[in-house]
Design a protein around this ligand. Structure first.
Ligand SMILES: *Cc1c(COP(=O)(O)O)cnc(C)c1O
Length: 376
């Protein structure tokens, strides 16, 4: 083993079950986009289903079709579409499609006609995120066009939904403003005759902190993988969650160098004393952020240490001081944190990002090794 990401599928199953228990009668969608935030999509999807996720969410249609190819037959919603995308494949594969505007509705209607079956559509409202979604100004026209397509038998409007900008910032004024806008846009659509099966708005932070936002369905990504979306409010354990990913590597070498020896490109670290250096065979090609140079935490030889010098494409170095280690010994870059190892959140803090990015960016060269529920 050079490096591997170990994924505890039982943790994912249990995290989804814990979230289900929190949200009462709302259903749970496990968001498995981007290779399940780097955790490996298909096994994670199975674990989430085992934990009670009646929905899966993907950003792009290739992800949804891969779930179908792997045998998933439950509800799947896909929300990020571009003109010319595989709408017809989605309709044939029984994938729910998000529609944010007129062009998408036109493509869905054409796809439904070609597939000779109605498309299931969720109309997406931009209640203030300012990203994807239909603005309040354009909403009445989109709702009416969707109702017309429903009357023609080409679509079923099964969902009305939106997405928060700042649910991870408790007390942010945009949260109640977006909620009010969503309620108004729901009222408009339902007043015109839309009868949605699910209204949904909550992502992980809203699911954990804002019960008023749960509606009929919550969409959880990060929390399902056991990381806290609101680390300043609480860590995973405070929400009954357990981090599922452990990133480990075996040392590719250990050597003694004299004081003054430079390490890695640019000599951004110079040994302040005679010291032992351990070589970790992962780099930015594997998703280890180059910004972690001189700051990233790694557990080696039973203790937490710091990266010495620049992270290179395939490798980086850790200073062990006078502690001993050998080639082949295991280094833990991050894990659940209960054996003293750093967490993905620690890495996020060290380099000024969020734990979402730390786990999602782990590269394709790092094998995912799944254990527990759904592992094959
Ligand atoms: C990624 C995503 C989510 C999940 O967000 P988390 O904060 O990881 O729970 C939910 N909804 C949409 C639209 C998303 O793009």
């Amino acid at each position: 083993m050079r490096a591997e990401a170990r994924i505890d599928l039982d943790a994912i199953r249990d995290n989804i079950a814990a979230i289900r228990a929190r949200v009462g009668s709302a259903a749970v969608m496990s968001v498995v986009k981007s290779n399940a935030y780097g955790h490996g999509m298909v096994p994670c999807a199975r674990a989430a289903r085992a934990g009670g996720a009646t929905w899966l969410g993907t950003a792009v249609v290739e992800e949804a079709l891969a779930l179908r190819a792997a045998g998933d037959t439950g509800r799947v919603l896909t929300w990020l579409w571009a003109p010319g995308d595989a709408f017809e494949d989605a309709v044939r594969a029984d994938v729910d499609i998000s529609v944010s505007g007129a062009w998408a509705l036109r493509e869905v209607v054409a796809a439904a006609r070609a597939a000779e079956r109605p498309a299931r559509v969720h109309l997406k409202a931009d209640t203030g995120l300012g990203r994807n979604g239909c603005t309040p100004a354009d909403w009445p026209a989109l709702v009416d066009a969707a109702l017309k397509a429903e009357a023609d038998g080409s679509v079923e409007v099964v969902g009305l939904w939106s997405h928060f900008a700042c649910a991870d910032e408790p007390g942010h004024p945009s949260v109640p403003a977006q909620l009010d806008e969503f309620v108004a846009m729901l009222a408009h659509a339902e007043g015109r005759g839309v009868t949605p099966e699910v209204r949904h708005m909550a992502n992980s932070p809203a699911t954990l902190l804002l019960p008023d936002t749960h509606f009929d369905l919550v969409r959880v990504g990060l929390a399902g993988y056991g990381l806290s979306p609101v680390p300043e409010v609480g860590g995973p354990a405070d929400f009954g969650l357990r981090p599922a990913m452990t990133l480990a590597a075996n040392l590719a070498g250990v050597k003694r160098v004299p004081a003054g020896h430079g390490v890695s490109y640019g000599h951004a670290w110079i040994a302040p004393r005679d010291t032992n250096l351990a070589l970790i065979p992962t780099g930015y090609a594997d998703g280890i952020p180059r910004h972690a140079s001189n700051v990233g935490p790694v557990q080696v030889a039973g203790r937490r240490r710091t990266i010495a010098g620049r992270v290179a494409m395939d490798q980086f170095v850790v200073d062990l001081g006078d502690d001993e280690a050998s080639a082949g010994d295991e280094a833990i870059l991050f894990g659940p944190g209960d054996r003293g190892e750093p967490t993905a959140e620690d890495w996020a803090v060290a380099i000024g990002t969020i734990s979402y990015e730390i786990v999602t960016r782990i590269g394709a060269r790092v094998p995912r090794v799944h254990t527990g529920t759904g592992a094959s």
